[in-house]
Write a protein that binds this ligand. Sequence first.
Ligand code: NAD
Ligand code: 6OD
Length: 483
Amino acid sequence: MNSPKMLSHFIDGEPQAPASGRWLDDVNPATGEVHALIARGDAEDVDRAAAAAKAALRGPWSQWTAERRAELLEQIAAGIEARIDEFAEAESQDQGKPVSLARRMDIPRAIQNFRFFASALRAESLGAHPTLGVLNYTARRPLGVVGLITPWNLPLYLLTWKTAPALAMGNTVVAKPSELTPWTASLLAEVIQAAGAPRGVFNLVHGLGAEVGQALVEHPDVVGLSFTGGTVTGRRLAATAAPMLKKLSLELGGKNATLVFADADFDQAVEGACRAAFLNQGEICLCGSRILVERPIYDRFVAALTEKVKALRVGDPADPTTDLGALISQEHRAKVEGYLRLAVEEGGTILCGGERPNLPAPHDAGAFLTPALVSGLAPTCRTATEEIFGPVATIHPFDTEDEAITLNNLTRYGLSASIWTEGLRRAHRVAEALDVGLVWVNTWMLRDLRVPFGGVKDSGVGREGGAHSFEFFSEAKNICVKL
Ligand code: NAD
Ligand code: 6OD
């Protein structure tokens, strides 16, 4: 038997074993098999990583020009691209998603994150405010050591979304990926080192949130934290970091609506609603898990969407025809199934899905669930307003534009929404009225990396993307010169 892969920390330019000597299992959720062991980090490891990152801030890295950092980002992008199949396979085995999805979405986007921030860095210009006899100009400097804490649903996509701008701005990084999906973070550390980053510029500490994440948040040398994850965790993180006056970016949960008006292009809206609800097994913070449909087309829409959802193929993540792979874990599947039981208690009808598919070994031991569509629920009930983060969408009729807006705005979340209509004025009017950070019209999750990304209410604080990421990962300094 092969010995399991060991995913060590990566500190000060090299793999390092955990100080505790303890390791966690890395489970493939599609088979239940342990395919690697993960270093179980603790405060001592975080301290070593923060010390390496702090030392690197004073080393050769501080002398690197923006152009040289942009070149590094491009080298990293090329390094991931050269190993794209290995990255896609690792992401799928850790997360459960189809390899084909990782190959066409997660890993290309990780590459794009580095290429985009390399170009953005080259294009960056800072402000100057000249007046008679006086010149004010703005300079930037890195924040220092930054902590990046990321979730399990889009592991490399989100880690690189933070790493690229953090390095572009000249910071040094201590990253803490989810303990459920550590593998591609370890591959990334290898690529960053091979691309020529000085020792200590990028450090990785694996382990549990309560042990590594919390220690990173509390560490006095970590001056900024960019966190993506659940709202409860984000709130806890803020409670620790805010009194320490750390700079914080919080990208949190969502319960997003897909609003379909009667004048929408029907087929495109059905296709869009299905994709928004179930891509990545519904495990994307932007997923449209509450589908609001104007009453004149409601019955036809429900019938068409139900057929489409039933046609989605659930199974072996390595099969290129698979649409949905496994959920992240057995525990998460049990949570999602609990919501389906709640939906029935709350008076809902499960139109399709919500079942454990019969799959041959080794996938009979995986955390698979067929995608579920639920109708007949009050839009205010728990199933329709709490984040489930799995392949479950509820569908509700509405009668007026005002009602659709009210229904969208009644949850505690405010991340994103997608509006489907052929009415130009209505699209703008409704987009303006929704309490969310991101609105798509006649599309969903179409990303331009320059735009502000983030949510309102319980979906987070702050924006990342393009110049917003650069602002977060740097301090602006104004210099006033009397001429
Ligand atoms: P989570 O909050 O449980 O974990 C996120 C990360 O935080 C993990 O690395 C975890 O180990 C770490 N963590 C846990 N406890 C911690 C603590 N006390 N201190 C510091 N770090 C800690 O979230 P998850 O279950 O991994 O991911 C799912 C959640 O993430 C969903 O709510 C989803 O909506 C959200 N999410 C939001 C976005 C966004 O951009 N808004 C993107 C992806 C996921
Ligand atoms: O597309 C992005 O930049 C982004 N941050 C997506 C987050 C998805 C959440 O699951």
